[in-house]
Design a protein around this ligand. Structure first.
Ligand code: SF4
Length: 47
């Protein structure tokens, strides 16, 4: 389960976020491309 203590700083403010457990599987970006982007340097998504 995601932990707010481990959220990535690129996330927008608010209750939704991606944390360090992201495995860069691309599902969220494919499903909701308006809400998720990829940090190409870090290899993970953020909201
Ligand atoms: S890419 Fe998106 S769906 Fe996949 S693990 Fe990361 S946050 Fe979850």
């Amino acid at each position: 389960m995601a932990d707010v203590a481990n959220k990535y700083p690129e996330n927008v403010p608010g209750k939704y976020y991606v944390d360090e457990q992201c495995i860069d599987c691309d599902l969220c970006r494919e499903t909701a491309p308006a809400n998720f982007k990829r940090n190409d340097d870090g290899g993970h998504s953020y909201v």
